[in-house]
Write a protein that binds this ligand. Structure first.
Ligand SMILES: [Zn+2]
Length: 556
């Protein structure tokens, strides 16, 4: 933004947007939180402007800054470091490139470390490292969520290797919050680079980024000079990184405060005791003889019905305050697996499921619910988050199978599925899985190693699709109906063989005829299962889960 008229105490200046060249009235610009109303450019904020935008009025209280050695190397380039520090302090009114406060956001307690790019490019030196560590320790002591808002060019050269060590120090501080189960939230703003990006900026449980923010390790100029290639469009922008599964969401500035408040609300542990739906028992069927015998092929058709509710449908209607999280933090965000945090009958849960989508376009985008390895790795990341926060995991299974393809093989599809089975076998929180549609092979089981496995009454679960089985064993796809019968894949058979522990009756002619009622029944059954599991300690949960799967194949 270029100031076009000198700002007086109460006189709004006219500003020109550096993005689109539009002239913006100063007061309007402030009302828009520093975002250009014309092109949406998110301009850089000072630390105190940011704190003012995020926190409840009057709530932020600065956290005492620990003492650090100033200019530890006696550094001088064209000018002494001490002189640069003095200038930065005079220009910003801050003593360092970060401001740490404790306060409330929509009533939720929060500790925050907010960087200010004006102070020597938001560089990370010993002063910044010490302040961030002290803020993290405050969050740890009081078990209050910790927010990091970053804006930085990287480590501060003027403090040499001591600056470099701040990366390890701050990463350790975040590791301690992980061990204590304290939620960490990152907001990456323009620009976030180098040693800051490679330490505390990218370690939080949930990483949000402002639209258009540039984020990376090496700067684009360095990369271009090194590889001597043109960089892809949108390279290192928040949107680019969201597509690569490295940030959970790109959130416009105006939506940051409510997003942070929502996440803080989900950090809170569940109230002790049953959190079920007012003691009303679910309609869960536990005895196979109470279910009708049916033709397997009919069940397959119903399980695949294009209008069946999807995981996101259930997340929207069975959960309160669902926040979708994205990415495996390794380079991918698979659209065929979705997940996030929300509340089920008052209890915070992590929900993960296959996502087929509705309509041809979405089904194609979602790859018909066939996950890539990135999908299972996203699920794994969210399960680890659940374990950290002590939240139960609820998985919804509905996939024809893991995606068979060149890229999936290159990225280790088998490895990703196997890793998921092992992770779920050891997860120290309750897990409830529901087969909501097609339980297709290993790609389904990869989300299915649970303490309780339920199925909707029109769901199927099988080692292979009936078509696949028919073409291999009958040498003809025409025999799919016979294969479906032989595989005993419908809900009644699954209950009979103990593959599922209970069946949730679908309303009317199937879940697709009354999705709201289906969601209510699913929520009631899952809440009931979570109530039963809530009394177990982590060791017992893991032992019971392993026992459940160990017995398969043994005589009943
Ligand atoms: Zn603009």
């Amino acid at each position: 933004m270029t100031v076009l008229s000198p700002p007086g105490a109460d006189v709004a200046a006219w500003l020109r947007c550096a993005g689109c060249g539009e002239t913006v009235y100063g007061k309007r610009f402030a009302r828009e939180l520093g975002v250009c109303p014309g092109c949406g450019l998110h301009t850089r904020l000072t630390a105190w402007q940011r704190i003012g935008q995020l926190f409840d009025d009057g709530s932020p209280v600065p956290i005492d800054a620990p003492a650090t050695v100033e200019d530890p190397l006696g550094f001088t380039d064209s000018r002494p470091y001490r002189e640069r520090l003095r200038e930065a302090r005079g220009g910003t009114g801050l003593d360092e490139a970060v401001v740490c406060v404790r306060g409330t956001v929509e009533g939720h307690d929060l500790v925050a470390a907010v960087m200010d790019f004006r102070f020597m490019g938001g560089s990370l030196g010993t002063g910044v490292g010490a302040r961030i560590t002290a803020a993290a320790e405050t969050a740890l002591a009081d078990r209050v969520p910790f927010l990091l808002v970053t804006a930085s060019g990287g480590a501060r050269m003027q403090e040499g290797a001591l600056s470099l060590m701040q990366m390890a120090k701050t990463a350790q501080a975040l590791a301690e919050l992980d061990e204590a189960g304290v939620l960490t939230i990152g907001v990456l703003t323009d620009p976030t680079y180098g040693g800051v990006a490679a330490s505390y900026a990218t370690l939080p449980d949930v990483i949000l980024a402002e639209p258009g923010a540039h984020i990376g390790f090496a700067g684009p100029r360095v990369i271009r000079q090194t590889i001597r290639q043109e960089l892809p469009a949108g390279f290192q922008t928040a949107e680019f990184l969201r597509g690569k599964g490295l940030v959970d969401g790109v959130v416009p500035r105006a939506a940051l405060r409510p997003a942070i408040a929502r996440l803080c609300a989900l950090q809170r542990a569940a109230a002790p005791g049953p959190a079920g739906l007012g003691g009303r028992p679910s309609r869960l069927v536990l005895r196979p003889e109470r279910l009708p015998e049916r033709d397997g092929w009919t069940a397959v058709q119903l399980a695949r019905h294009a209008d069946r509710p999807t995981t996101l449908d259930y997340a929207g209607s069975a959960l309160e305050d669902f926040v979708e999280l994205h990415g495996d933090r390794l380079g991918g965000d698979c659209p065929a697996v979705v997940g996030g945090m929300g509340r089920l009958a008052g209890r915070p849960v992590v929900l993960i499921g296959h996502q087929k989508g509705h309509g041809t376009r979405e089904r194609v985008e979602r790859n018909f619910g066939m996950p890539s390895p990135a999908g299972y790795r996203k699920a794994a990341r969210l399960m680890r988050l659940a374990a950290k926060l002590g939240h139960p995991v609820v998985t919804l299974i509905d996939t024809p199978g893991a995606h068979p393809g060149v890229e999936a093989e290159e990225n280790g599809q088998a490895w990703a599925i196997a890793e998921s089975l092992r992770l779920m076998s050891a997860l120290p929180v309750p897990i409830v899985a529901v087969v909501t549609g097609e339980g297709g092979s290993g790609g389904a089981l990869a989300l299915g190693v649970a303490n309780r496995v339920l199925a909707l009454s029109n769901a199927v679960y099988s080692v292979i699709s009936p078509e696949g089985c028919a073409s291999i064993l009958w040498k003809s796809q025409e025999a799919a109906d016979r294969a479906a019968a032989a595989l005993r894949l419908d809900a009644r058979e699954l209950l009979l063989h103990g593959v599922v522990d209970g069946v949730i009756p679908e309303p009317g002619a199937g879940a697709h005829t009354d999705p709201a009622a289906a969601a209510r029944r699913l929520a009631a059954a899952v809440a009931e299962a979570l109530d039963e599991l809530a009394i177990h300690d982590p060791k017992k949960l893991v032992a019971e889960r392993r026992q459940r799967f160990r017995r398969f194949g043994s005589p009943l």
